[in-house]
Design a protein around this ligand. Structure first.
Ligand code: NDP
Length: 231
């Protein structure tokens, strides 16, 4: 089995990734913005009950925390990195954009995945599978976009798509495959109770894709069912 580092592992899609890889026998480095928070309890329980899951403090908007964790895990080979942590915000009508909130979401949704790739490239390069995957969103597709007052979220996911494409080029010579995923509209705190897709379904789909990824797939934007999406 392999090893995987997952950001935003305490709830939603990230927790589902953690559970599924744990159940499949993988070594999981489960990262969580605040390990003392109530919403980290289930993840902490998993970490206590399994020697293959360790829980790590990591706010992806804090470069010093990313660097510190990369140092702590320096001896490890990490097969797969999942940049899952992300935020959406409230709808923002044209003329009333909250720029502070937008900047904060860019730090999490865009700078985080870039800094993680820069800090963990050696861990991934020395592994067998060599995958960096970012959970983006169909809402980041410029071709599919509409003005629905979600321009802050949409632009952050469009930016992380570009970052994914650039990282793919930077690290291809190290044998690393880099992709962006769209998980669909998923029933989580972010997606809400009306979302049609369960976390189990989308994570199973993305795991299958990760399993089947070949170097020729690097730089692709893939829906969780394997369909390639337009940028
Ligand atoms: P949730 O809101 O349920 O969970 C978000 C996760 O990200 C939480 O674990 C949260 O931690 C973490 N997080 C937020 N900010 C930070 C930070 N600064 N550092 C570390 N972790 C952070 O969202 P989902 O599980 O639904 O979303 C996961 C990913 O999937 C996101 O990138 C999202 O954009 C994407 N996505 C989701 C869709 C959906 O329909 N649900 C659709 C398309 C894409 P904490 O508990 O501390 O807040």
């Amino acid at each position: 089995m392999g090893s995987i580092l997952i950001t935003g592992a305490n709830r939603g899609i990230g927790f589902e990734f953690t559970k599924q890889y744990y159940e499949a026998g993988w070594r999981v480095f489960a990262c969580c913005r605040d390990i003392a928070a109530d919403n980290a309890r289930d993840l902490n329980m998993l970490g206590i009950s399994s020697k293959y899951v360790t829980v790590h403090q990591l706010d992806v908007s804090k470069n010093e925390e990313i660097e510190a964790l990369a140092g702590t895990l320096a001896p490890e080979a990490i097969d797969v990195i999942i940049n899952n942590a992300g935020v959406n915000g409230p709808k923002q009508p044209f003329g009333k954009t909250d720029y502070e909130l937008w900047a904060a979401s860019m730090a999490i949704n865009v700078f985080g995945p870039m800094k993680i790739a820069e800090s963990f490239v050696e861990h991934v390069a020395r592994s067998e599978r060599k995958v960096i995957a970012t959970v983006s969103s169909r809402m980041g597709s410029i071709e599919l976009a509409s003005g629905d007052k979600h321009h802050t979220y949409r632009s952050s996911k469009a930016a992380v798509n570009m970052v994914t494409k650039c990282i793919a080029d930077y690290v291809a010579e190290r044998g690393i495959t880099t992709v962006a995923f769209s998980p669909g509209w998923v029933k989580t705190d972010m997606g809400g109770p009306g979302a049609p897709i369960e976390p189990t379904e989308t994570v199973s789909g993305m795991r299958k894709l990760i399993e089947e990824l070949a170097p020729a797939d690097t730089g692709k934007f893939l829906h969780f069912d394997g369909t390639e999406l337009p940028w």
